[in-house]
Ligand binder design. Structure first.
Ligand code: FES
Length: 97
Protein backbone atom coordinates (compact mmCIF):
# COMPACT_ATOMS: atom_id res chain seq x y z
CA UNK A 1 0.00 0.00 0.00
CA UNK A 2 1.04 3.58 -0.63
CA UNK A 3 0.15 6.69 1.34
CA UNK A 4 -0.84 10.10 -0.03
CA UNK A 5 -1.02 13.17 2.19
CA UNK A 6 -2.90 16.21 0.89
CA UNK A 7 -1.34 18.87 3.08
CA UNK A 8 -3.78 21.74 2.62
CA UNK A 9 -6.83 19.54 3.14
CA UNK A 10 -5.41 17.62 6.10
CA UNK A 11 -6.25 14.37 4.29
CA UNK A 12 -4.09 11.27 4.64
CA UNK A 13 -5.17 8.18 2.67
CA UNK A 14 -3.85 4.78 1.70
CA UNK A 15 -4.09 3.53 -1.88
CA UNK A 16 -2.78 0.57 -3.84
CA UNK A 17 0.75 0.88 -5.20
CA UNK A 18 0.55 2.18 -8.75
CA UNK A 19 -2.67 4.16 -8.19
CA UNK A 20 -3.32 7.27 -10.23
CA UNK A 21 -3.01 10.42 -8.15
CA UNK A 22 -6.11 11.87 -9.83
CA UNK A 23 -8.14 8.86 -8.68
CA UNK A 24 -6.81 9.29 -5.15
CA UNK A 25 -7.77 12.99 -5.22
CA UNK A 26 -11.30 12.09 -6.27
CA UNK A 27 -11.54 9.33 -3.65
CA UNK A 28 -10.25 11.59 -0.89
CA UNK A 29 -12.26 14.64 -1.92
CA UNK A 30 -9.06 16.70 -1.95
CA UNK A 31 -9.31 20.26 -3.26
CA UNK A 32 -6.95 19.92 -6.24
CA UNK A 33 -8.76 20.81 -9.45
CA UNK A 34 -8.40 19.38 -12.94
CA UNK A 35 -9.01 20.70 -16.42
CA UNK A 36 -7.81 18.79 -19.46
CA UNK A 37 -6.39 15.74 -17.65
CA UNK A 38 -4.00 15.51 -20.60
CA UNK A 39 -1.03 17.37 -19.15
CA UNK A 40 -1.70 20.51 -21.19
CA UNK A 41 -3.58 23.11 -19.14
CA UNK A 42 -1.62 23.13 -15.84
CA UNK A 43 -4.81 23.47 -13.78
CA UNK A 44 -3.69 20.51 -11.69
CA UNK A 45 -0.21 21.81 -10.89
CA UNK A 46 0.93 20.52 -7.49
CA UNK A 47 3.94 20.95 -5.30
CA UNK A 48 5.52 17.72 -4.12
CA UNK A 49 6.56 18.27 -0.50
CA UNK A 50 7.82 14.75 0.15
CA UNK A 51 8.26 11.55 -1.82
CA UNK A 52 9.26 12.72 -5.31
CA UNK A 53 11.22 9.47 -5.53
CA UNK A 54 7.93 7.58 -5.29
CA UNK A 55 6.58 9.18 -8.47
CA UNK A 56 7.50 8.42 -12.08
CA UNK A 57 10.06 10.68 -13.77
CA UNK A 58 8.82 13.89 -15.43
CA UNK A 59 7.07 12.89 -18.65
CA UNK A 60 6.94 14.66 -22.02
CA UNK A 61 3.68 16.45 -21.27
CA UNK A 62 5.09 17.86 -18.04
CA UNK A 63 8.28 18.94 -19.80
CA UNK A 64 6.25 20.90 -22.33
CA UNK A 65 3.68 22.39 -19.91
CA UNK A 66 5.77 23.19 -16.83
CA UNK A 67 8.38 25.97 -16.73
CA UNK A 68 11.91 24.87 -15.99
CA UNK A 69 11.94 26.70 -12.64
CA UNK A 70 8.66 25.03 -11.67
CA UNK A 71 10.22 21.63 -12.31
CA UNK A 72 13.25 22.64 -10.26
CA UNK A 73 10.97 23.67 -7.38
CA UNK A 74 9.37 20.23 -7.34
CA UNK A 75 6.09 20.96 -9.06
CA UNK A 76 4.33 18.33 -11.13
CA UNK A 77 1.04 17.85 -12.98
CA UNK A 78 -1.24 15.75 -10.80
CA UNK A 79 -3.11 14.35 -13.81
CA UNK A 80 0.12 12.76 -15.07
CA UNK A 81 1.11 11.03 -11.85
CA UNK A 82 0.76 7.68 -10.20
CA UNK A 83 2.30 6.65 -6.91
CA UNK A 84 4.69 3.73 -7.18
CA UNK A 85 4.64 3.05 -3.43
CA UNK A 86 5.77 4.66 -0.19
CA UNK A 87 4.49 8.09 0.80
CA UNK A 88 3.87 11.23 -1.22
CA UNK A 89 2.92 14.53 0.39
CA UNK A 90 1.61 17.28 -1.87
CA UNK A 91 -0.48 20.43 -2.11
CA UNK A 92 -1.84 22.62 -4.92
CA UNK A 93 0.98 24.88 -6.12
CA UNK A 94 0.65 28.49 -4.96
CA UNK A 95 1.31 29.95 -8.39
CA UNK A 96 -1.51 27.96 -9.93
CA UNK A 97 -2.74 29.68 -13.09
S1 FES B 1 -5.60 18.77 -15.74
FE1 FES B 1 -4.69 19.83 -17.40
S2 FES B 1 -2.58 19.51 -17.03
FE2 FES B 1 -3.51 18.29 -15.50
Amino acid sequence: MARIIFEEDGIDIEVEDGSLIQDAIAKAGASIEFGCREGECATCIVEILEGMENLPPINENEEVTLMEDEIERGTRLACQLKINGGTVKLRAAEDNF
